[in-house]
Design a protein around this ligand. Sequence first.
Ligand code: NI
Length: 134
Amino acid sequence: MKVHHVGYLVKRLGRSEEAFIRLGYEIECEVRYDDVRDVNISFLRNGDYRVELIEPASKSSPLYPLLKNYKNSPYHICYIVSDLEASKKSLESDGFMVIQDTQTAPALDGRNVVFMVSADLGIIELVEDSGGNF
Ligand code: NI
């Protein structure tokens, strides 16, 4: 499966953007508010590599508690799939567990995503192929 992005949980999105820019990344997608998860999200790109910065917008964000473990560090890798439900089923039969079932992702132009976890490699995200560059 092709990697779409590496997701970083960050405490202060603006400061993290600046730090990535200093390393040669460029902003691909300005900050968007995801009202499903109460987080601010932006995407940066460095050649073929893309990172997603995710900042919990308030203490009531479901991702806020994760800051304790993952502050300013990667916590998931997202893979592009052509058939979300088929890939989900296939990974489930390989021992992956769904931790957040199919939901729309406002920061990914409303595409559907699903989050799964494996004891051997942690959290992954699957996103539907848009057919475009993003
Ligand atoms: Ni992601």
